[in-house]
Design a protein. Structure first.
Length: 232
């Protein structure tokens, strides 16, 4: 599948110039999806935004849905980096930094793919066969990684030796709940800001919940360390 995403519509592997053109088309697609309902985005719009022609677009993608699908698959691959953050240091000395890194990493992941997540969510509701299941796959790597961390290597304990019953009877259910929280908070971040809730406080609150779920310990007093990201 990954190899298919890199080829032209006639099966050729594009050279450096072709890859640059293809990326321009993908970037233009994201830009249009940010401001335009996805069903209203046309090939001619993407080509014009990318400074090329519809004929060039069709060399790389069969249709707009295929371009969106390529972007969505890239989002799924990117989620693996987020899972790596989850597999961090959960010892007493490093757990709070890890909880913050995971929380901020998830928000950055969502923000970087906000337009695609919006399309994928709408497509799921419409039952679109091309994009169905992409959202689940994008979040699955994080969910699985969290479940492993929460459950630990032995049933009943976390990697820090805390009885898992203190943080949730089922590690997978706890992980799924946390990921759903992250996704919904990220999706509605601007709504929270409208109500005067700063992003830094959203990050702090979520990191505290994650920290407790994994370690069974409260976050340190004062929360965020000096010099931490103060995004508004």
């Amino acid at each position: 599948m990954a190899d298919d995403l890199q080829t032209t519509t006639d099966g050729r592997v594009p050279g450096e110039r072709g890859r640059a053109t293809r990326q321009k088309l993908l970037d233009a697609t994201v830009e249009l999806l940010t401001t335009t309902p996805w069903r209203s985005v046309k090939v001619i719009d993407i080509a014009r935004a990318a400074g090329t022609s519809p004929a060039t677009f069709y060399q790389y993608f069969e249709n707009v849905e295929r371009a969106i699908g390529v972007l969505a698959e890239g989002m799924v691959a990117e989620a693996g980096e987020l899972a790596d953050l989850v597999d961090g240091d959960w010892s007493e000395g490093g757990s709070w930094s890890t909880a913050l890194a995971v929380t901020e990493g998830f928000l950055a992941f969502w923000e970087g793919n906000r337009a695609i997540f919006r399309v994928v969510n709408l497509a799921n509701e419409e039952g679109d066969p091309t994009l169905r299941g992409i959202r689940v796959r994008a979040l699955n790597a994080v969910t699985v990684a969290l479940a492993v961390v929460i459950g630990g290597q032995r049933p009943g304990t976390t990697p820090t030796g805390v009885d898992a019953t203190a943080t949730g009877a089922d590690a997978t259910a706890t992980a799924g709940t946390l990921v759903a929280m992250y996704a919904n908070v990220a999706a509605h971040r601007h709504g929270f800001e409208f109500w005067g809730i700063r992003t830094r406080d959203l990050v702090d609150a979520q990191a505290r919940l994650l920290h407790w779920a994994v370690t069974g310990r409260p976050a340190p007093d004062g929360g965020r360390p000096p010099g931490a990201d103060d995004r508004q």
